[in-house]
Design a protein around this ligand. Sequence first.
Ligand code: PLP
Length: 316
Amino acid sequence: GAETAMLFASGMAATSTALLGLLKSGDEVVCSAAIYGGTLHLIADLLSHFGIGARFATIDELRQPERLIGDKTKVLWFESPINPTLRCVDVAAIAAACRARGVTSIIDNTFASPINQRPIELGVDIVMESVTKYLNGHSDVTAGALAGPAGLLKPVDKARRMLGGIVDPQAAYAIGRGIKTLAVRMERHNANGLAVARWLEKDKRVATVYYPGLESHPDHALAKKQMSGFGGMVCLDLGGGQDRVERFFDRLRVFRRAASLGGVESLCSLPVLTSQWGHTDAQLAEAGITRSMARLSIGLEDPQDLIDDLDQALNP
Ligand code: PLP
């Protein structure tokens, strides 16, 4: 539903180009504290070099977005569902609060994919997707995309030329082929994600399961309102220390042990070693992340093969 879209060499190229294109020294970006680690580090550690201020907001604070917006706020950057807890925030409410104050809202829609969540219809200005994930879908390309109104994206287009994070032709070809099956892939990701989450939830060896399609998820009602499917990302917390989850991780056979997500094959990663690398204990706590969490990207395999693999890996 966007007027225009632009491709970049990675999700992080799309993110950094958008922020550098839209913000200048003295401006402030409001950002969800629970967010992809690369985005957090970019905003906290690099944008400050250019005099761009940042304000990080908890999920609770994002329930009253109008309170987060100050005179210097130019951009509000957020995710829903959030990596890796799959917490959701009210996309339409955040977009409306930004619009009322002339602030540009940007959502990282990577976890949902444009099949399961259509943020522009919910009022968001700009949508960022890490194309590396579901859009390409085969774990063989890095790319990113921004979609939104042409006028708003004009300075970003200019910044893209200067910064050079443009996708290469080979990757563009692969994306063109991958995206043809996006809708059917998402149907299977959604079905497999729900099947695995439901099985994990019943297993006594697992302390907590996070999946927005489960009735037990704190944001299930909100997810149902704004998403048409819940995707393939499932997070589980085994409780205890990091060594127990590391043992589980090392025993997986069908799941590949790797970062990234959204491809045809199922992956497992430990957030504290990957997407939330380098976070302090305070930053982890703010993002609701523990050292005993494992994040699963559920692929397109037979769901019983995935469940059997999890079952054997969970054995003490
Ligand atoms: N946003 C989210 C939610 C991600 O998970 C990632 C990568 O893991 C990115 C952005 C960055 O995308 P890329 O790896 O394409 O730079």
